[in-house]
Design a protein around this ligand. Structure first.
Ligand SMILES: Cc1cc2nc3c(=O)[nH]c(=O)nc-3n(C[C@H](O)[C@H](O)[C@H](O)COP(=O)(O)O)c2cc1C
Length: 501
């Protein structure tokens, strides 16, 4: 592939899977990537043990943007909860000689390309400075210290940065890896934003920032790892302000320890991955304000919209922290019909998830949501679209397409049995036209963001769920029939599964 001529649209097209043109890339097991980055010699700070986090459900969190009556304090306990909910180890299993860990966020191929950094500005119990989160041992590695003694007096009490490590996903997915790194980053971001809400903080998600400045501040070698998202966390008393990093202004010493990325770090990164990332880089200037572009899609409406009581609170379901702890990719879908009420409760959370995403990122969602539904009580099998107001479900094509879509998803046959396929699609060319190549980042990260909410919504209602990034792009687009430039970004399947969820 010619890495030099790629834009977002070209990158997406050039990394399509085609049934008869799969490269048959062999995995080099000796170079299997280490999923933990270490800073040998760095001073460490233990995170606090996780404390009980109440009974608020995902629905409660998506509904409540207001100040809580008894919010958490901006201290080490809260930061520990925020990080471990964002990307914590939720289960460890032994299988033969191997040990497998599961995390709170899904990740394509379990390659976990996202590392977390925290600029702790006013966190009680933690000297202010820049830290790297060590997920494997629940501690922080100190990268920089604020020699001023105190952190910045106003603004967020902590700023969380999500770094995407190229080689981990590239090892398996080659050119296509950038798609998954962005999706995975969105998954972790959603967890952190929801956790902030659970703790009674408010938080702001940003995808647009001066890349060079932020990567420099984090000490990242951008040929290995780049910052993709920034989350500023505030108490309700903190003034919401711009959070440009300014290490020189507030006196951080820059004695950064050197990172050790472990096995596989020498892997060649395809030119296409570098090029798509760099084509969106903003350097040395104030990031442009994203221009929103319309997301209304011409309807091919077959029937009247089916409305459902969207405004109301969604009843029942697990607590958010329990759903997070139990979230897994479950693929053993079976033919038990999906109850009508469960379907609409699930759907309500998905729609509320979109609104939440738009609120925290202040960017209008640029992808469309389609559903392939089958084996669901009270609903004809077919392709549905959620209407613009989010209050109605519109049938755009009759007949079950889930089995066809399973074929398009690299023949992952088990998908044929899932009652619902939630599909995120976008006109990437149009998005790029309005917002430039960087639009690709926000579209794909937002797809991952919503993907994580869909996982949690399914788990909350005892349903199985699995994200799907592997599909023959052209076949999937043909099934969806959304127009020449409308492409599938990400699919998340849900429905009843055998065994306990
Ligand atoms: C962006 C993305 C794409 C994925 N694509 C697939 C897929 O095509 N097929 C599949 O079986 N699982 C897929 N998964 C699920 C991952 O394999 C799964 O998240 C990972 O193995 C970790 O397991 P867990 O989700 O149970 O924690 C995908 C996950 C993500 C986040």
């Amino acid at each position: 592939m010619d890495g030099q001529t790629l834009t977002a649209w070209n990158y997406h097209r050039a990394t399509e899977h085609h049934r008869f043109r799969m490269a048959g890339h062999r995995l080099d097991w000796a170079a299997q990537p280490d999923v933990i980055k270490r800073y040998p010699g760095a001073e460490t700070a233990d995170l606090a043990p996780i404390r009980s986090l109440g009974t608020a459900s995902l629905g409660d969190l998506l509904d409540s943007a207001k100040e809580q009556e008894s919010p958490s304090q901006p201290d080490l306990n809260s930061l520990s909860n925020l990080l471990s909910m964002g990307s914590g180890i939720t289960s460890v299993r032994r299988h033969g000689a191997g040990i497998y860990t599961f995390r709170s966020a899904a990740s394509a191929g379990a390659l976990y390309p996202v590392d977390i950094y925290v600029d702790a500005r006013r966190v009680d119990g933690l000297p202010s400075g820049l830290y790297h989160h060590r997920i494997d041992g629940s501690f922080l590695e100190r990268l920089k210290t604020n020699t001023d003694g105190g952190g910045q007096p106003s603004g967020p009490f902590a700023v969380v940065y999500l770094g995407g490590v190229f080689f981990r996903s590239v090892w398996k997915y080659r050119d296509r890896a950038y798609r998954y790194i962005l999706n995975d980053t969105g998954h972790v971001a959603a967890n952190i934003l929801l956790a902030a809400r659970l703790l009674g903080f408010h938080a702001k998600l940003e995808y647009d920032f001066d890349d060079e400045h932020v990567n420099g501040f984090l000490g990242l070698d951008s040929s290995m790892e780049v910052c993709l998202a920034k989350i500023s966390v505030y108490t309700w008393n903190d003034a919401v302000s711009e959070t440009h990093v300014s290490p020189d202004v507030w006196g951080m010493t820059c004695t950064m320890p050197r990172p050790d990325y472990g096995n596989g770090a020498g892997c060649d990164i395809p030119a296409a991955v570098y090029h798509i990332h760099r084509s969106g880089v903003i350097a040395g200037q104030k990031p442009p304000v994203s221009r929103a572009w319309g997301r209304t899609k011409p309807g091919r409406v077959k029937d009247e919209a089916i409305s459902w009581p969207m405004g109301t609170a969604v009843p029942g379901g697990l607590s958010f922290s329990e759903a997070l702890a139990r979230r897994r990719s479950r693929r053993n879908f079976h033919v038990k019909p999906l109850e009508n009420e469960k379907f609409f409760n699930f759907l309500s959370l998905v729609v509320k998830g979109v609104a939440f995403m738009e609120t925290v990122s202040r960017v209008q969602n640029a992808f469309h949501l389609e559903l392939l539904v089958q084996n669901t009580e009270g609903l004809e099998s077919g392709q549905y679209r959620i209407d613009k107001g989010g209050h109605g479900l519109v049938c755009v094509d009759n007949g079950g397409k889930n089995a066809l879509m399973a074929g398009a998803c690299l023949d992952q046959r088990w998908l044929a049995h899932a009652s619902v396929h939630v599909l995120m699609t976008a006109d990437v060319r149009q998005a790029e036209k309005y917002q430039g190549p960087r639009a690709y980042r926000s579209i794909m990260m937002n797809a991952g963001f919503l993907g994580q909410i869909i996982y949690l919504a399914a788990t909350s209602f005892d349903l199985g769920c699995c994200g799907i990034g592997a599909f023959f792009d052209g076949e999937a687009a043909m099934i969806l029939d959304g127009g020449d430039d409308e492409v599938l970004l990400y699919l998340v399947a849900s429905g009843h599964v055998r065994g306990p969820v």
